[in-house]
Every structure is written in C-alpha cells, then in structure tokens.
Design a protein around this ligand. Structure first.
Ligand SMILES: O=P(O)(O)OC[C@H]1O[C@H](O)[C@H](O)[C@@H](O)[C@@H]1O
Length: 447
C-alpha cells in the first residue's frame, strides 16, 4: 500500500526526459554501492532494512516504557541533539495538534514531550524547568556517542532535579537512556546507575535513527502508533528498492536533484503548508546537510513554511538569485477544516465565504508552484494522502534512501560527518578541556 506520490511534472521547463534516463547507469551504480554494501560508509547503512529487521524484543520494551511514563508522568523531557532529537520532534509535531503542548494536563491524553540538550542556552533550560513546575516528569537521555556536550550538560541538570524530587531510587525509575550498545560515557553511566537502556544500533547513524528507540520511545510516549510508523517505513523499504529509475520515485528524486545541482541549483527548499510540518523540515535539513555537504560539494538544504514565508523571503524565491529549487511536502487530506464564515460587511472575501480553508491552502500551493516555476524555480512535489503514522514512516524512508543514492551520485560518503568536529574541537579548546591545551592558547590568541 503506497500513500506517497511524487510529482515531477513541474520540472518540464528545467529538465528534459532524456536527462533523467541518462542518469540510469549512474543510479544503477549508486544502487549497487548502497545495496551491496560496497560504497564508502557502508558500515552505516543498517537503516536500509530497519523497518523489517528491527529488534522486536526491544520494540516491546519501548512500548512498555512509554506506558510506564504515561502512567507516572505529565512530562517527558527528551534530552538530545541532532539526530538524537530531530526525528522524534518532527514526528510528534506531525502526528499531533499544533498547540498540543499548550493544553492543560486534564485535556491531554498523553504526557507533554519537551526537548532539552538541543542548545546550550541557559535561559531555555530555566524556562523548561519552570514549565514543568511541580508536575511529575521522566527523562529520556539520548546520545549515540554518549559524549556530546549539549545533552550531557542538560542531563546533569535534570538528573539532579529528579534526584531531589524522587530520591536516587525514584529517579532511577524515571530515567531512560538511549545510547550505543557498548561504548561511551552515557553507556557507562547508565550501566552504573541502573537506568533502563535502549540501543542505537551500530550501523545506524544519528540522522538515520528516527526508527530506532531514539525516535520510537518519545513518539510512543506522545501517543504515536509506532507499529503503523514501522509499517509505513516497511512499505517504503519495499516500494523504493528498485534500481530502475522509472519504477522508483525515491531514486527519481535523487536523480533529479543531481541533475538540478549540476545546472547550478545549489539550494533546495523543503516546503510545507502547515506548521505541523515545520519540524519535519528541520529533520530533513540534518539528513540532507550532514549527508551531502562535504568535499566542497552538496546542495544546501533549507526549508520554507508557506504561506507564512511567502510574506518574508517569498520575494527572494520569486526573483532573487536563480540557484534555488523547491520540494514541496503536501498532505492531501486535511487533519481538520474550517469553513470561512459568511459576513455582511465587505472585507473583499465574499467570494470565499462558505469555502473550506483547506481548499484555499491547497490552491495557494498550486498558485505558488506555478508562480515559482515561472520565476525560474524548479519544483517537485511529494504528496502523502493522510497526516498519519503510516504515511510518515513511508516518507521518512523515501528521503533516507534518496539521500543515500544522492550522495553516491555526487561522489561523496553520505554516511559520515567529519566536519561537525571542527566547532567541537574549538569549543573544547576554548573551554580548557584536558587534552586540548595547545589549541587553547592558539585559539585564544585569535579571539
Ligand atoms: O547522538 P549523539 O552522539 O549525541 O550525536 C548527536 C549529533 O551530534 C553530532 O555532532 C553529529 O554530527 C550528529 O550526527 C548527531 O546526530
């Protein structure tokens, strides 16, 4: 069952049909590198079969842990950064009402899921502590490496708060650690303290980990149906496995991106028309940017929240430098609707009264695509039928497999992220972390 369609009809002005078919030999080669595990970074491609080959015992433990948190907590604080929070956050926003977190505890069916450790901003942390107040809470600390500074700082704070509130024993019952199976400071700490542990599998990098415990525990706690999420991803695994470009929309997406990139379209905007998809764009930006931006190459991933941003940087998209293309993610069936009220006074909207707001939103998307295409912005559309777990799972897989192919097409390793270390090294040097003494002096001299 496929719930996702991929529309490239609006590329006609930019890419000829033969250009796609001429990509086939390169796509076949990229497919082999990915599927046979002969490409660079192959040790981080276990996400390919994750939707069907996941640890079923751990999956059951995730559900049980989610139930436990739901029964004893009003808030789950998810501590993580990058791939250790973006997927869960995207999924929770996508699957819930936008203002879901604003509802009072009595109006909520599931705990609030709030995120920490995704910045080093102290005021954010203080504000988060304030919003938890005296309510019961639990913590899911997530770090694959187990050594990342941002979540480690936040965890110290929340561990202390939990221990003050519930005592050491009580706190232990409320801390869930998701990390590497064998290595890292968090693994050692979790073993020593006796926290319930979940695993980020060795062969799955952070940005590909949303369908592991990394994403699944927070998503399930927030009421998401993780069986359906995995079923949707499994549908993706099946649908997007064919090396034949004519039969594989995810591979078409990768090939078209590559064609556009070679023509000078070096920035891609992932476009949505609903605020509940904003965080999906954030997840996608890490997936694309960390996978592809290396060796002086790669499409810059950005996102656009429409029609909101049409009133901010819409001008640039329409008439600025012509190096942008757009991929719209659109949902066919609105989650809910509003009928535009009738009104006697004339506000110029009479022609729309009685119409559904979703009709106006969809029409805005159609008009925008045509305007942008006319303005020289190639457009592709990924459309899912419903905003539910199944469709999300399939869409996650679509973008994951596409970026694997896309990276190999562009001659880079899509599965490492060496460049992320540069800022960390400087930060450690400036903070005086043991082992970085020489760097400390040279950096301070440059400040
Ligand atoms: O899960 P962690 O090991 O804490 O890593 C969190 C994130 O930060 C790192 O610096 C990587 O660049 C990301 O790929 C990763 O998702």
């Amino acid at each position: 069952m496929s719930t996702l369609s991929f529309d490239t009809s609006k590329l006609a002005d930019f890419v000829g049909e033969e250009e796609l078919s001429m990509m086939q030999p390169m796509v076949t080669a990229a497919d082999e590198l990915l599927r046979k595990g002969t490409g660079v970074g192959a040790e981080f491609t276990d996400w390919l079969h994750l939707p069907t080959e996941y640890d079923k015992d751990e999956f059951a433990r995730i559900k049980a842990a989610a139930k436990k948190i739901q029964s004893n907590s009003k808030v789950l604080v998810v501590i993580g950064i990058g791939g250790s929070y973006l997927g869960a956050r995207a999924a929770i926003d996508f699957l819930n009402d936008y203002f879901n977190n604003y509802y009072g505890d009595d109006e909520r069916d599931f705990p609030q899921v709030l995120f920490a450790g995704n910045s080093i901003a102290p005021a954010y942390l203080n504000s988060l502590i304030k919003v938890i107040g005296d309510r019961d809470f639990s913590v899911n600390i997530i770090s694959k490496s187990g050594t990342t500074t941002e979540p480690a700082i936040a965890f110290r704070v929340f561990k202390q708060l939990l221990e003050e509130k519930y005592g050491t024993e009580g706190a232990r019952e409320r801390i869930f650690a998701t990390t590497d199976a064998h290595r890292g400071s968090l693994k050692t700490l979790a073993d020593t303290e006796g926290y319930e542990e979940f695993v980020v599998p060795d062969g799955v990098g952070g940005r590909f980990s949303v369908l592991t415990a990394v994403g699944l525990l927070p998503i399930a706690t927030a009421g998401g149906d993780i069986d359906q999420l995995m079923a949707g991803a499994a549908a993706g695994e099946q649908t997007y496995a064919d090396a034949d470009l004519t039969k594989n929309p995810a591979y078409q997406y990768a090939a078209y991106r590559n064609i556009l990139y070679r023509k000078g379209y070096t920035t891609e905007l992932l476009i949505n028309y609903d605020p509940t998809l904003v965080q999906f764009g954030e997840w996608w930006k890490q997936l694309q940017g960390e996978s592809e931006g290396k060796d002086g190459k790669g499409i810059f991933p950005a996102s656009g929240n429409f029609s909101t941003d049409l009133h901010s940087f819409g001008q640039y998209i329409q008439e600025g430098r012509r190096n942008i293309f757009e991929t719209m993610v659109r949902v066919t069936e609105p989650v809910s609707d509003v009928v535009i009220p009738t009104m006697d006074a004339d506000d110029g909207l009479g022609y729309l009264q009685g119409e559904n707001m979703s009709y106006v939103n969809r029409t805005a998307s159609e008009g925008t695509v045509l305007a942008h295409v006319d303005g020289g912005v190639p457009n592709m559309i990924v459309e899912i039928d419903k905003q539910n777990e199944f469709a999300l799972g399939q869409m996650i897989y679509f973008f994951e497999v596409a970026v694997g192919i896309s990276g190999y097409l562009n001659g880079i390793n899509p599965f490492n992220q060496p460049g992320v270390e540069a800022y960390k090294r400087n930060m450690f040097g400036l903070l005086g972390k043991p082992g970085y003494e020489e760097l400390t002096e040279s950096l301070k001299a440059r400040l």
